[in-house]
Write a protein that binds this ligand. Structure first.
Ligand SMILES: [Fe+2]
Ligand SMILES: [Fe+2]
Length: 297
């Protein structure tokens, strides 16, 4: 899977119109840290940061053990986890894409060369935005998953298309989850606007990666495409488990969280609950359809 073809991100030329549109949009509509949110309205933590029927433990017996106040605290911690994972990812992407720019500057399609820089710049701005929001809302930073560092190390050695495809899966899943749970009238307004503004830039990243991914699956040698499908399939399984429940939450709750971090059976029950199965099928449907179309799942 480490083999590099003669061209990098082959067959990009037929997507030039898409890339031009994305580049123009990046130059005309972007997050300005000071003005993109009405920061002075502050965060209202008496309101939920997400729809309460999308708590990780919703629909399980653990949920019934919580008071309404505890449930609200859990919702804010789940949002802290989501923001933390965005920050970890957004630290890595400028490094990954900066590596492609450095290593393949002469082999990269000109439009891709330009867009990778805009992509990286936008992720750095997102880190600043998320960190400012977390400080304002007094939210803790969750640790990256233990698999994160080996995964990112492996990715830097693989051909750029695999990096772009893996990023697509992670960003798309994160965006579908965030938008599905935050864009609702009961949600704290600053939280809702933060995720919406971020999404406006992430749609461009997703559009870019879908073009690269389609070209890859249409052009790659069959054996290599098959290896990449397996690699992405494993990634999706890990992400589904991570999105559905993160045991670190019990380290931050002001009360004893009913799912203990060493209780593997309880964690499994939450991850495989009927509520989570239905939620995943609904919120990730677009991503799953795209993946099924390319034989990834
Ligand atoms: Fe981002
Ligand atoms: Fe992104």
């Amino acid at each position: 899977m480490t083999a590099i073809l003669g061209t990098v991100m082959a067959d990009a030329a037929k997507h030039h119109r898409t890339f031009n549109t994305l580049i123009r949009a990046s130059h005309t509509s972007y997050i300005d840290l000071e003005t993109f949110l009405p920061w002075d309205i502050g965060v209202d933590k008496s309101k939920p940061p997400k729809k309460m029927d999308q708590l990780w433990i919703h629909g399980t017996s653990y949920d019934e053990q919580l008071t309404p106040e505890q449930r609200l605290e859990v919702a804010w911690l789940e949002t802290a986890r989501d923001l933390s994972m965005f920050i970890h990812l957004e630290h890595f992407l400028p490094y990954l894409y900066g590596g492609y720019l450095n290593q393949y500057k002469d082999q990269l399609d000109k439009k891709i060369y330009e867009y990778l820089m805009l992509f990286a710049r936008e992720e750095l701005t997102h880190i600043l935005a998320f960190r400012r929001f977390m400080q304002l809302a007094d939210l803790p930073l969750f640790a990256p998953p233990t698999t994160w560092s080996p995964f990112t190390n492996a990715l830097t050695a693989l051909r750029p298309e695999i990096g772009v495809l893996s990023t697509l899966i992670i960003e798309w899943m994160a965006e579908l989850a965030a938008m599905h749970c935050t864009q609702s009238s009961e949600v704290d307004p600053l939280t809702r606007q933060l995720f919406h503004a971020h999404h406006n830039e992430e749609i461009r990243h997703i559009t870019f990666a879908k073009a690269i991914g389609s070209a890859f699956f249409q052009n790659a040698p069959a054996a290599e495409a098959q290896e990449v499908r397996q690699f992405l399939g494993t990634l999706i399984k890990g992400l589904l488990a991570a999105f559905t429940y993160n045991p670190e939450i019990s380290a931050f709750t002001s009360f004893e969280f009913p799912v203990r971090p060493d209780d593997a059976a309880a964690i499994d029950r939450v991850r495989n609950s009927e509520a989570n199965r239905q939620l995943n099928e609904t919120r990730f449907r677009k991503l799953f359809d795209w993946c099924r179309n390319y034989g990834v799942m």
